[in-house]
Design a binder for this molecule. Structure first.
Ligand code: HEM
Length: 148
């Protein structure tokens, strides 16, 4: 019971942290900023990725050892829909990550380097798509928890 309570609490902390990290990337990529802070962007993305790994591990632990039993989730298509959305969001997040790595590599050769507006636009589009996934995740989670 106490383990389930702690895992549920950590699950919530993880997705709050992930949402904050995504919102921060969005704000850091605002085209009206005089310069994009590339190092901070990279750190924010690293937090986002690490928390995604953690929530996956915590979610798996809740499935395996939660009080409802693994079959409660594994037999529910809503659980699999949640996992599919989570993986889709993860796949989309690769585009910003790859761009941040490339930008920081270019900035190492040229301290004045700034990404092009077209690149920034593409990354912001990927973040927008992730926000859409984020709208679906809590709905699917609430439905799944109630066995809908
Ligand atoms: C960013 C991704 C995720 C978000 C936003 C999210 C969100 C949530 C929310 C809001 C709840 C509470 C639902 C409620 O009690 O009404 C929940 C519960 C849960 N989540 Fe996630 N989750 C995410 C990823 C995952 C993953 C990857 C897994 C599995 C590998 C997972 C497994 C679970 C389980 C087992 C519960 C417990 C449901 C219950 O109380 O019966 N979650 N999640």
């Amino acid at each position: 019971m106490i383990a389930d309570f702690i895992l549920a609490w950590m699950h919530h902390l993880c997705f709050l942290g992930m949402a904050a990290a995504l919102a921060m990337q969005w704000a850091l990529l605002n085209p009206s900023r005089p310069a994009i802070p590339l190092a901070l962007l990279g750190k924010t993305d690293a937090w986002y990725g690490s928390l995604a790994m953690l929530i996956l591990a915590i979610g798996a632990a809740r499935v395996a050892w939660g009080p409802k039993g693994a079959a409660f989730y594994l037999d529910n298509p809503v659980f699999w829909a949640k996992i599919a959305v989570f993986l889709a969001v993860g796949a989309i997040s690769a585009l910003p990550t790859l761009n941040y790595l490339r930008w920081r590599q270019q900035a190492r050769h040229n301290a004045a380097f700034q990404p092009s507006p077209a690149d920034i636009g593409r990354v912001r589009q990927a973040i927008r798509l992730q926000f859409l996934g984020w709208l679906a995740l809590p709905i699917l989670a609430a439905a799944m928890a109630r066995g809908l």
